[in-house]
Ligand binder design. Structure first.
Ligand SMILES: Cc1cc2nc3c(=O)[nH]c(=O)nc-3n(C[C@H](O)[C@H](O)[C@H](O)COP(=O)(O)O)c2cc1C
Length: 199
């Protein structure tokens, strides 16, 4: 089985935000059309953001352009709100009371109508209740990110902590050694695809 073929599924790059939580997502898909379409987002059950969505039932998706500041991807995609405040920088506007990325192409506000339980992720189905388009920039694709992630981001891990970084999705594991049977909680690859980073 060559699971690399799954990287040929076209996906975009989004920052999912809600009150006090947020993470990078690419697993976004339109489920239905019409005035108030349904959109699905798969969020790992271990993400801090997962619990927050279940509590608040409303979140925003900011659509990232090709020229987005890589620090935004790094902050939202490679760190957890358990460890850092992701909202300390001046990157945001507020829409319907939710902080969204100002330099995005636009944003969608979604209200959760259904939650599907899968092995590692919940699939949140949201109804589009508000949407703004700021510009006509070209969206960044996940494939582009995968090809250019070394130039786009320089992972800044927490000081004085040894970190292991997933070379596939950027997940950061803190600890001196990875457990023998370790699998990336985000993308499922084994420990051989992690690189050690010492601050
Ligand atoms: C490019 C990129 C795409 C990602 N896509 C997803 C995704 O679709 N679903 C998901 O659950 N996590 C995804 N992640 C991982 C989360 O953004 C990451 O684990 C984050 O640190 C979780 O933060 P939290 O614990 O504050 O929620 C992605 C990360 C990157 C860098």
């Amino acid at each position: 089985m060559d699971r690399k073929i799954t990287r040929n599924i076209s996906q975009g790059m989004y920052v999912l935000t809600l009150d006090g939580a947020g993470c990078m997502v690419d697993a976004v898909s339109q489920v239905s059309y019409g005035d108030k379409p349904l959109i699905s987002v798969a969020v790992n059950k271990d993400n801090y953001t997962n619990k927050a969505i279940k509590e608040k039932k409303k979140f925003a998706l900011s659509v990232l352009p090709m020229d987005i500041n890589g620090d935004i991807i790094e902050t939202f995609g490679m760190h957890s709100s358990r460890d850092i405040d992701k909202f300390s920088k001046d990157w945001f506007d507020s829409v319907d009371g939710i902080k969204v990325i100002r330099d995005a192409i636009g944003c969608m506000i979604l209200e959760v109508v259904d939650i599907i339980d899968t092995e590692s992720h919940n699939l949140f189905i949201g109804r589009l209740v508000n949407a703004l388009k700021y510009n006509d920039k070209k969206e960044m694709t996940y494939a582009y990110y995968q090809e250019h992630k070394d130039e786009l981001i320089k992972v800044k891990t927490l000081n004085n902590k040894t970190a292991w970084i997933c070379t596939i999705c950027g997940y950061v594991y803190y600890g001196e050694e990875l457990p023998d049977d370790f699998k990336c909680p985000n993308c499922g690859v084994g420990k051989e695809l992690f690189e050690k980073k010492i601050n």
